[in-house]
Design a protein around this ligand. Sequence first.
Ligand code: UDP
Length: 442
Amino acid sequence: MEKEGKRRLRVVLVAAPFQGHITPMLQLGSILHSNGFSITVAHAQYNSPDPSSHPEFSFLPLPDTSTPVFLTGEIIASAVQLNANCKARFRECLAEAMRQQGSDDEIACIIHDEFMYFSEAAAKDLMIPSIILRTNSAAHFLARTALIQLKTEGHIPFPESRSQDLVPELYPLRFKDLPNLQLVSKVSNIRSSSAIIYNTIDCLENSSLAKIEQQWQVPTFPIGPMHRISSASSSSLLEEDISCMAWLDKQSYDSVIYVSLGSLAFMDVKELVEMGWGLANSQQPFLWVVRPGSIRGAEWIEILPKNLKENISGRGYIVKWAPQKEVLAHSAVGGFLSHCGWNSTLESICEGIPMICKPCFGDQGVNTRYVSHVWKVGLELEGRNLERGEIERAVRRLMVGEEGKELRKRSKNLKKKVELCTKEGGSSSNSLNKLIKIIMSF
Ligand code: UDP
């Protein structure tokens, strides 16, 4: 922060190598940079951010040998290996940076993704304060920490017959909505952090945030939605196919259902084909993202039957990766069939777009439950395995039925509430000011 002359405090960000984590971390970097801090981004080799999109930051690549594990889709195993690989090198780099720093460029703190828990140990060794950035919802954090207790009490793992039962103390979550237990103990110890930053919004998660502060006694800063506050340029790891924007321009207002399951989820061929038939039979125009490599047993959509391809031609547009935020902001888009990753959920809420939720893993069950039962801006697909007719029914319910009208109205109202939080004097703006003060005080 510029205090006297050219003095700027430096913040070292440690990003996790997933699209849904890199994006909010770089957004946070750009928010802090525009508030006068210098930014260094430490990152893994795998999925590394593109420095040329962020010339205002400096970058610190960490040596890691976990890439082959990442490529198998073993996310948890990869994260554990990454932490083991990077710890010593990160500590060395930090120590070196501290030796070289002048009084006009001191490291104020480290802000690390909760998955990059190795950074906290290094920070502690060097007596640098550390802050956690959580890129998921506050409700997910509560659900995850409750898992440890539920396991001790013998509720986890739960039998299939209990999957629809409400979890004690976690209303409205059901057992089937809970995330899994892996990594929980490593990423749940937040007490030793100086603060926690949440990419969430007080008006969405007021009671979960209050519970966290009460239970954990660590200052909590909900400063989301960061994509609305930050001016960061795109941090997309895949090339965005912008041709879909011209296609959207030709569609009528609120008519298109946008379909994307994010950057990590996989489908098998049967699900892909069911999804295709569901979209085709709904008779609604759709924009569908099928990420290359996301279909087990197929390269891309070459596997779709010829009669299905003929059926959807003209009404459906399929891309490998879309400029999602622009798509959701387009006036032709009237619904989002989503896996409910937290970034997608926030992006949809910010544009007032109602959702069809098809959660796959991780925090997506919790997000789905909040979208459908707390904020009531979406509906959940009935089954987790797609059955014939399910997608078609859900798309019609959302896009043409009375229920859809109601959801759309509520989504637009929620959008307005969220907008107020980011304005000056709003909860996120106030939280950000407090966060900046705390970093300056270190
Ligand atoms: N995204 C995108 N284009 C696509 C699909 C997704 O830019 O075609 C972006 C989306 O805007 C979001 C991120 O990828 O910011 C996905 O993050 P999310 O937390 O929703 O899900 P994850 O990929 O972590 O499962």
